[in-house]
Design a protein around this ligand. Structure first.
Ligand SMILES: [Zn+2]
Length: 222
C-alpha cells in the first residue's frame, strides 16, 4: 500500500503514473511531436547554420509548438522545478543517439550556460539534467566549466528590444580550453528558435584548435 501515499503524477496530464511509467505517462509520450531528425537524416535544423558556421550534426528530440505539450513540459522544467523532465528527455534522446554511428565520434557534452546571476535566481540550469543524461548514454564527459556566460540578458521584452544592439557572440566566453582541444563537442540547449544562441556558443568553442561541433536540443521551432 505504501506507493499510494505519494503517487507520482504525469507532468503532461496530471494523471497518476502506472508502476512502469516515469515522469510522463505513455499516452502523453505518444502525443509528443518527435522530429526524428537524427534517425531520418532530416537537415531542417542543420541547414539553419549553412554558410554561417561548420556544424557536423544537429538534432532535437521534439518540435516546439505554441500552447502544445512540448511547451508545457519545458515551462514546467524552466520555471516550476520540473527537473526530471530534462533528465527524461536526455535519456530518451541519448539512447537514440548512442545507436547512430555519426554521433559516436562525439567526445564531450557542453551545455549552453546561464549567467551566474540567473543561475542563482533559478537555482539550476534547466539544461543540466538533459546534458548529463545524454553524456551518460554516450559514455562521454559532461563539461560545464568550459563555456561561460558573461552578461545576463534581461526579460524577453527587453531582450527583443536590444537584440540588434549587441553582438551575441560576445555574450559567451571559453575557459579551460585544454579540455576540448581536438574534440568533437555536442552543445546542448532547451529550445532552438533562430539558432543565434547555439551559433554564438559554437563560435567560442570553434576558436579552440581542432574542435568540431554538433548540436542537440529538447525542442526545435520549425
Ligand atoms: Zn500524461
Amino acid at each position: 500500500m505504501l506507493p499510494l501515499f505519494f503517487p507520482k503524477i504525469c507532468f503532461g496530464c496530471k494523471k497518476i503514473l502506472n508502476s512502469g511509467e516515469r515522469t510522463i505517462c505513455v499516452i502523453c509520450r505518444h502525443k509528443l511531436p518527435l522530429t526524428h531528425f537524427h534517425t531520418t537524416g532530416n537537415r531542417a535544423m542543420l541547414k539553419v547554420f549553412d554558410g554561417q558556421i561548420p556544424v557536423k550534426h544537429a538534432t532535437s528530440l521534439l518540435y516546439f509548438e505554441k500552447a502544445g505539450l512540448t511547451q508545457k513540459l519545458i515551462h514546467l522544467l524552466k520555471y516550476k522545478k520540473g527537473l526530471e523532465i530534462g533528465v527524461f528527455f536526455g535519456k530518451w534522446l541519448g539512447a537514440e543517439l548512442s545507436e547512430i554511428s555519426e554521433y559516436k565520434t562525439i567526445e564531450a557534452v557542453i551545455p549552453v550556460p546561464l549567467h551566474k546571476r540567473k543561475f542563482k535566481k533559478r537555482g539550476y540550469n534547466q539544461v543540466t539534467g538533459f546534458g548529463k543524461a545524454i553524456a551518460q548514454a554516450l559514455n562521454i564527459s559532461y563539461q560545464d566549466e568550459v563555456l561561460l556566460k558573461k552578461s545576463a540578458s534581461g526579460s524577453q521584452v527587453f531582450k527583443n528590444r536590444v537584440k540588434r544592439l549587441f553582438n551575441p557572440t560576445e555574450v559567451f566566453t571559453c575557459n579551460n580550453k585544454h579540455l576540448i582541444r581536438d574534440k568533437h563537442i555536442l552543445i546542448v540547449d532547451d529550445i532552438m528558435t533562430t539558432g543565434a544562441t547555439l551559433e554564438a556558443s559554437a563560435l567560442q568553442l570553434l576558436k579552440v584548435e581542432g574542435v568540431c561541433i554538433s548540436f542537440a536540443t529538447m525542442a526545435f521551432v520549425a
